[in-house]
Design a protein around this ligand. Structure first.
Ligand code: ZN
Length: 436
């Protein structure tokens, strides 16, 4: 069924190798208590701790702080990280880091916290104009000059995989668009992944992060094969988003099977702790996978969906500003995308559908997009999520703006299994308006 072998056929002038790069990971209940000793082992004496106001109130946060104090570390706390960060909130965090002058960093929270800490570490270590390191064409895309200070990331949601990637995403307020900074040097040195953090996640945070995991794995698995990219000019020019490869395939498959087994349980019963903890394991596997392959269209489109939000708000998130949570802004595009991309690698789309619990008996290659997307829509209904862009406030009048917002995400768009031009992208947004 799987097309693993012929998917990576080598071709003249194209890439013939792939790299595997990942953070050191420790995973298990209670492992947050290791933070202090782990920082000390990296010769950190003064640590800047990044978190947000919600996480700071959680009992596991105290476990972490106790561990830092037991290890004799000098702690500077930054608890003002903004959910769905912006260039302004990144800069404020960087100013804090410059003033605090730590020799190491620790982030504890969701993707917003970990990404903010990556940016603070970068701009405090290698000061530059803000747009210098931001992905081209929005920013200059200047390479990060070298290694950053040690950073231990402790994810508390079960989605972003940010602890395993060298990417930091933010809203550029002036352009009303999400973009990011990408460099291997941004990848945290270590991750401490404590599944007990998932026990207290409210429903919408759990659902949004679980859909983010699902989409990371589905996008990585269906991405363009690494062997179809033009060969880089040298090893240092090989991109982090190198396309699907046999290593990322392993993590994606396992993550998607876990989602197939536990997603519905986690949505139906908040007290099902086993299901929640399994979602965090899936997030870790998918994070390691997509950190080495890259995601594609649902994420590329999500930046515009989140960036152009007008007045949408979701329960369980801070209500001080309108926002579409990251995982929601991704999954609303996914059914439209996979109906469109299935023709490029139908067997892979059928694999994903089967692993996340679709009935694929009798399905032919021509059915792959419909089978996968119908299953995604089922899961969105079970999570009580909006059925497209219309319920979160977009209409046909927004299609051009959404398309303009997504077009600069070429790093992601070019990782799709088929080429998508402006007209095709606009049609994808149109198809994503309303699924039911
Ligand atoms: Zn994501």
């Amino acid at each position: 069924m799987s097309c693993c072998h012929h998917y990576y056929a080598l071709a003249e002038g194209c890439e013939s190798a792939f790299s595997v790069d990942m953070s050191k990971i420790t995973l298990g209940p209670g492992c947050l208590a290791e933070a202090g000793q782990r920082l000390s082992a990296r010769a950190v004496k003064r640590v800047a701790v990044f978190t947000d106001s919600r996480v700071k109130e959680m009992p596991f946060f105290q476990t972490l702080m106790d561990s830092l104090l037991r290890a004799g570390l000098d702690v500077a706390l930054y608890d003002r990280v903004q959910v769905e960060p912006t260039d302004q909130s990144f800069l404020e965090a960087a100013r804090f880091a410059v003033e605090a002058d730590p020799d190491g960093y620790l982030s504890i929270g969701g993707g917003s916290v970990i990404d903010t800490c990556k940016a603070a570490n970068l701009y405090a270590t290698y000061p530059a104009d803000f747009l210098a390191y931001v992905n081209a064409p929005v920013g200059e895309g200047r390479p990060v000059p070298g290694p950053l200070k040690p950073h231990i990331a402790c994810p508390t949601t079960c989605g972003t995989g940010s602890e395993c990637t060298g990417i930091a995403v933010f809203d550029l307020l002036a352009m009303k668009a999400k973009t990011g900074i990408a460099s291997v040097h941004l990848r945290p040195s270590e991750a401490l992944i404590d599944p007990q953090c998932t026990h207290t996640l409210p429903h919408n945070v759990l659902a949004a992060s679980a859909f983010d995991v699902l989409s990371h794995a589905a996008e990585s698995y269906t991405a363009i094969p690494y062997s179809a990219r033009v060969a880089p000019s040298g090893p240092m020019a090989r991109p982090m988003s190198q396309g699907a490869n046999p290593w990322s395939d392993m993590g994606c498959e396992r993550a998607l099977k876990i989602i197939g087994e536990y997603f519905e349980r986690a949505m139906a019963d908040p007290s099902d702790l086993e299901a929640r903890e399994q979602m965090m394991w899936a997030a870790t596997l998918a994070g390691i996978a997509f950190g080495n392959s890259g995601v594609h269209l649902p994420h590329g489109m999500s930046y515009a969906v989140a960036g152009l939000v007008r007045d949408y708000r979701v329960d369980d998130y801070p209500d001080d500003h309108p926002m579409v949570p990251h995982g929601m802004s991704v999954i609303v595009n996914a059914p439209a995308v996979f109906r469109h991309t299935a023709c490029a690698c139908p067997e892979r789309h059928l694999d994903v559908a089967r692993w996340i619990g679709a009935d694929v008996a009798g399905a032919e290659n021509d059915d792959a997009g419909e089978v996968l997307s119908a299953r995604l829509e089922q899961l969105m209904k079970k999570a009580r999520f909006p059925g497209g862009l219309a319920p979160i406030g977009y209409t046909v009048d927004d299609l051009d703006a959404l398309t303009d917002g997504a077009m600069p995400q070429q790093r992601l768009l070019s990782n799709a299994p088929l080429a998508v031009d402006r007209a095709a992208l606009k049609e994808l947004f149109r198809s994503a308006l309303s699924y039911w």
